[in-house]
Ligand binder design. Structure first.
Ligand code: ZN
Length: 157
Protein backbone atom coordinates (compact mmCIF):
# COMPACT_ATOMS: atom_id res chain seq x y z
CA UNK A 1 0.00 0.00 0.00
CA UNK A 2 1.18 3.46 -0.81
CA UNK A 3 0.25 6.78 0.68
CA UNK A 4 -0.64 9.09 -2.19
CA UNK A 5 -0.63 12.90 -2.19
CA UNK A 6 -4.08 14.43 -1.57
CA UNK A 7 -5.01 17.21 -3.99
CA UNK A 8 -5.75 20.52 -2.31
CA UNK A 9 -8.45 23.06 -3.16
CA UNK A 10 -8.47 25.06 -5.39
CA UNK A 11 -7.65 22.47 -8.05
CA UNK A 12 -9.68 21.92 -11.21
CA UNK A 13 -9.22 18.17 -10.92
CA UNK A 14 -11.39 18.17 -7.78
CA UNK A 15 -14.21 19.79 -9.79
CA UNK A 16 -14.45 17.17 -12.55
CA UNK A 17 -17.07 14.40 -12.22
CA UNK A 18 -15.87 10.81 -11.82
CA UNK A 19 -16.71 7.94 -14.17
CA UNK A 20 -18.33 4.66 -13.20
CA UNK A 21 -16.03 1.66 -12.76
CA UNK A 22 -16.82 -1.22 -15.13
CA UNK A 23 -17.77 -4.41 -13.26
CA UNK A 24 -15.08 -6.42 -15.05
CA UNK A 25 -12.40 -3.95 -13.96
CA UNK A 26 -13.11 -4.32 -10.22
CA UNK A 27 -10.90 -7.44 -9.70
CA UNK A 28 -8.00 -5.84 -11.61
CA UNK A 29 -4.75 -5.12 -9.82
CA UNK A 30 -5.14 -1.47 -10.81
CA UNK A 31 -8.48 -1.03 -9.01
CA UNK A 32 -7.55 -3.23 -6.02
CA UNK A 33 -4.28 -1.31 -5.54
CA UNK A 34 -6.16 1.97 -5.88
CA UNK A 35 -8.55 0.88 -3.09
CA UNK A 36 -5.63 -0.16 -0.85
CA UNK A 37 -3.86 3.14 -1.51
CA UNK A 38 -7.02 5.13 -0.74
CA UNK A 39 -7.45 3.32 2.58
CA UNK A 40 -3.78 3.86 3.45
CA UNK A 41 -3.93 7.54 2.50
CA UNK A 42 -7.14 8.13 4.46
CA UNK A 43 -5.64 6.55 7.59
CA UNK A 44 -2.34 8.43 7.35
CA UNK A 45 -4.23 11.71 6.86
CA UNK A 46 -6.55 10.87 9.79
CA UNK A 47 -9.63 11.06 7.59
CA UNK A 48 -12.90 9.19 8.00
CA UNK A 49 -13.65 9.25 4.29
CA UNK A 50 -11.90 9.79 0.98
CA UNK A 51 -12.82 9.73 -2.70
CA UNK A 52 -10.54 8.60 -5.54
CA UNK A 53 -10.79 12.05 -7.16
CA UNK A 54 -8.91 13.44 -4.15
CA UNK A 55 -5.80 11.60 -5.35
CA UNK A 56 -6.50 12.59 -8.94
CA UNK A 57 -8.35 9.47 -10.15
CA UNK A 58 -11.72 10.21 -11.76
CA UNK A 59 -13.39 6.90 -10.97
CA UNK A 60 -16.38 6.40 -8.70
CA UNK A 61 -14.68 4.90 -5.67
CA UNK A 62 -15.05 6.14 -2.11
CA UNK A 63 -13.80 4.85 1.23
CA UNK A 64 -15.80 5.43 4.39
CA UNK A 65 -14.91 4.57 7.96
CA UNK A 66 -18.14 3.06 9.29
CA UNK A 67 -16.88 3.12 12.87
CA UNK A 68 -15.52 -0.42 12.66
CA UNK A 69 -13.57 -0.64 9.42
CA UNK A 70 -12.71 1.14 6.19
CA UNK A 71 -15.30 0.18 3.58
CA UNK A 72 -14.73 0.63 -0.17
CA UNK A 73 -17.83 1.59 -2.15
CA UNK A 74 -17.72 1.50 -5.95
CA UNK A 75 -20.25 3.36 -8.13
CA UNK A 76 -22.20 4.50 -5.06
CA UNK A 77 -25.54 6.19 -5.48
CA UNK A 78 -27.98 7.47 -2.91
CA UNK A 79 -31.34 5.68 -3.02
CA UNK A 80 -32.97 7.24 0.07
CA UNK A 81 -32.67 10.61 1.78
CA UNK A 82 -34.57 11.29 5.01
CA UNK A 83 -36.59 14.51 4.98
CA UNK A 84 -35.09 15.32 8.38
CA UNK A 85 -31.93 17.40 8.11
CA UNK A 86 -29.10 17.83 10.60
CA UNK A 87 -26.45 20.53 10.96
CA UNK A 88 -23.00 18.96 11.00
CA UNK A 89 -19.51 20.41 11.21
CA UNK A 90 -17.37 19.19 8.32
CA UNK A 91 -13.82 19.37 7.13
CA UNK A 92 -12.08 17.85 4.12
CA UNK A 93 -8.62 16.41 3.48
CA UNK A 94 -8.53 18.57 0.33
CA UNK A 95 -9.32 21.78 2.26
CA UNK A 96 -6.98 21.67 5.25
CA UNK A 97 -7.75 23.87 8.24
CA UNK A 98 -11.24 24.83 7.05
CA UNK A 99 -14.32 23.69 8.94
CA UNK A 100 -17.94 24.63 8.59
CA UNK A 101 -21.53 23.68 9.24
CA UNK A 102 -23.35 21.89 6.43
CA UNK A 103 -26.98 20.78 6.41
CA UNK A 104 -27.22 17.09 5.56
CA UNK A 105 -29.90 14.44 5.52
CA UNK A 106 -30.02 12.67 8.89
CA UNK A 107 -30.36 9.25 7.28
CA UNK A 108 -29.47 8.03 3.84
CA UNK A 109 -29.19 4.73 2.01
CA UNK A 110 -26.53 4.08 -0.59
CA UNK A 111 -26.38 1.29 -3.14
CA UNK A 112 -22.90 0.40 -4.36
CA UNK A 113 -20.57 -2.46 -5.23
CA UNK A 114 -18.05 -3.70 -2.71
CA UNK A 115 -14.41 -4.38 -3.64
CA UNK A 116 -15.33 -7.88 -4.81
CA UNK A 117 -18.00 -6.47 -7.12
CA UNK A 118 -20.93 -7.60 -4.99
CA UNK A 119 -23.91 -5.27 -4.55
CA UNK A 120 -24.22 -3.73 -1.09
CA UNK A 121 -26.75 -1.45 0.59
CA UNK A 122 -25.35 0.84 3.26
CA UNK A 123 -27.69 2.60 5.68
CA UNK A 124 -26.10 5.58 7.35
CA UNK A 125 -27.33 7.76 10.20
CA UNK A 126 -25.68 10.77 11.79
CA UNK A 127 -21.92 10.85 11.18
CA UNK A 128 -21.92 7.95 8.70
CA UNK A 129 -24.77 9.57 6.76
CA UNK A 130 -22.79 12.82 6.60
CA UNK A 131 -19.61 11.08 5.46
CA UNK A 132 -21.49 9.21 2.72
CA UNK A 133 -23.07 12.45 1.46
CA UNK A 134 -19.73 14.31 1.60
CA UNK A 135 -17.89 11.58 -0.32
CA UNK A 136 -20.58 11.01 -2.97
CA UNK A 137 -20.56 14.79 -3.52
CA UNK A 138 -16.83 14.53 -4.35
CA UNK A 139 -17.71 12.18 -7.23
CA UNK A 140 -19.75 15.02 -8.76
CA UNK A 141 -17.05 17.63 -8.19
CA UNK A 142 -18.91 19.15 -5.24
CA UNK A 143 -17.02 20.27 -2.12
CA UNK A 144 -18.52 20.94 1.31
CA UNK A 145 -17.57 24.62 1.02
CA UNK A 146 -20.18 24.85 -1.77
CA UNK A 147 -22.88 23.99 0.79
CA UNK A 148 -21.48 25.47 4.01
CA UNK A 149 -23.93 27.63 5.94
CA UNK A 150 -21.39 28.93 8.48
CA UNK A 151 -17.65 28.58 8.86
CA UNK A 152 -16.44 27.48 12.28
CA UNK A 153 -12.66 27.96 12.08
CA UNK A 154 -11.09 27.26 14.39
CA UNK A 155 -13.03 24.03 14.83
CA UNK A 156 -15.21 23.58 17.89
CA UNK A 157 -13.76 21.00 20.24
ZN1 ZN B 1 -13.74 15.83 1.29
Amino acid sequence: MTNRPVLKNPNETLRKPSKKVALEDIPSARIQTLIDDLIETMKIENGIGIAAVQIGIHEQIIIVDDGHESVALINPHITFRSPTMIDFEEGCLSIPGVYGIVQRHKQIEVEALDRRGNPVLIKGEGLLSVVLQHETDHLEGILFIDKVVRYTNPPRL
